[in-house]
Design a protein around this ligand. Structure first.
Ligand code: PLP
Length: 400
């Protein structure tokens, strides 16, 4: 196998892997800082970062050394015993998020599953009933497992897999009246991304966040914020909800929490922790294992020590300025949305050709939906990297 060239590897992959992704035609081999290299050694400036994952860039020595040391100690034990990395990661995540209780998962979708189970159990303990409803948002994205899919507000992802878990009602994002119309005595949770990612890089308005908090307080409903894509410093705050002075009852995170190892978490306030899941209600073999938790604890330590959210804010402001200029130069771009280093340009046509052109020129970009280019680089991206990206982006737009 080792003497296969890049094209042969791609053909092999298409024979062996289930075709669930329309992959771009490169085989990535290694990363350094904000650059990736394919197996031919070609360099790419990376504005995707594994889709909002590699917050610290590739090859951060302190992070890599932590993982190497942990591999030599122990990679996995079991949740029936304590391990120090999990205890330290939980303590750090609590401090960073302001939440009180943490459950570690293997992915974002699993964190959403845990949040849904938390809400249902909270309702069950409240009134003994099992017909509670969750309100989720149109155009949301929460993952591909059945529960997460059921609360994802895009029929395109759901249709072939119905029926979902049931008792989910959808409201319009940033439209408080539409949420109020769905609230009734059975409502147990309102779930929203603080900034919608896949659905179009739309931040929640202040009125919407505060309004939902108020509804939840008045009716003993859980406010669940999905921070899987927008959390961990990306919007200029440790977690995006902090901008609003609003605290959710339950929060999900993943992606940049592990910066490359599979870990997510659902977190909650002490009140919810005391009135929901208990021993035997939930579990996972790998979730919270020493290797992934050593990574998360180190990521949280670096994020706080180096004030990474402030860096993301500064780079995000610069990116905003530059992308605004791009938008104003091309009629095919209709809107510029987002917050911090989670931004998107909305085109009046599909963006795949533009992304392919950029790739040819050594720039990795990704879409959100079919007609938005999403910009989610590492949070350590520099102004020079942004300038370099803009040059290639303009060429790609012109050639596409
Ligand atoms: C907001 C949001 N929630 C949930 C998920 C699902 O996370 P995962 O792919 O780790 O299952 C994603 C993934 O893109 C996401 O962006």
């Amino acid at each position: 196998m080792t003497d296969m060239n890049m094209q042969e590897y791609i053909e092999q992959a298409e024979k062996d892997l289930l075709h669930t992704y329309n992959r771009y035609q490169i085989v990535l081999d290694r990363g350094e800082g904000v650059h990736l290299y394919d197996m031919n050694g070609k360099e790419y400036l990376d504005f995707v970062a594994g889709i909002s994952v590699f917050a610290l860039g590739y090859g951060n020595k302190e992070y890599n050394d932590t993982l190497k040391n942990q591999i030599d100690k122990v990679i996995h034990t079991s949740n029936y015993y304590y391990n120090v990395p999990a205890i330290e990661a939980a303590r750090a995540l609590k401090k960073y998020s302001g939440m009180d209780r943490v459950f570690f998962t293997n992915s974002g979708a699993e964190a959403i599953e845990g949040a849904i189970k938390t809400a249902r159990k909270y309702g069950f303990l409240r009134d003994g009933k099992t017909d509670h409803q969750i309100i989720a948002m149109n155009h949301s994205f929460h993952g591909r497992t059945m529960g997460a899919l059921s609360v994802t507000g895009n029929p395109h992802y759901r249709d072939a897999f119905e029926p979902g878990i049931g008792n989910i009602r959808f409201a319009d994002y940033n439209d408080l009246e539409s949420v109020k119309k769905q609230v009734n005595d059975k409502t147990i949770a309102i779930l929203l991304e603080t900034v919608q990612g896949e659905g179009g890089l739309t931040p929640a308005s202040e009125e919407f966040m505060k309004g939902i908090r108020q509804i939840c307080d008045e009716k003993d409903i859980l406010m669940i914020c999905d921070e899987i894509q927008c959390g961990m410093g990306r919007t200029g705050y440790p977690f995006a909800y902090m901008k609003y002075g609003v605290k959710p009852d339950v929060m999900t995170c993943a992606k940049a929490l592990g910066c490359g190892v599979p870990i997510g978490a659902f977190c909650m306030t002490e009140k919810v922790g005391q009135a929901s899941l208990v021993a035997g209600d939930h579990g996972t073999t790998y979730g919270g294992n020493p290797l992934c938790c050593a990574a998360a604890a180190k990521v949280l330590e670096i994020m706080e020590r180096e004030n990474i959210p402030a860096k993301a804010k500064e780079a995000g402001d610069y990116l905003w300025e530059k992308l605004d200029e791009v938008m104003n130069s091309y009629d095919c771009i209709t809107e510029h949305r987002g917050r911090g280093l989670l931004q998107g340009l909305v085109f009046d046509k599909p963006v795949r050709d533009t992304i392919n052109k950029a790739l040819e020129k050594g720039l990795i970009l990704i879409n959100a939906g079919s007609n938005i280019i999403r910009f989610v680089p590492a949070l350590i991206i520099s102004k020079k990297d942004i300038d370099d990206m803009i040059v290639i982006l303009k060429q790609a737009i012109e050639e596409a």
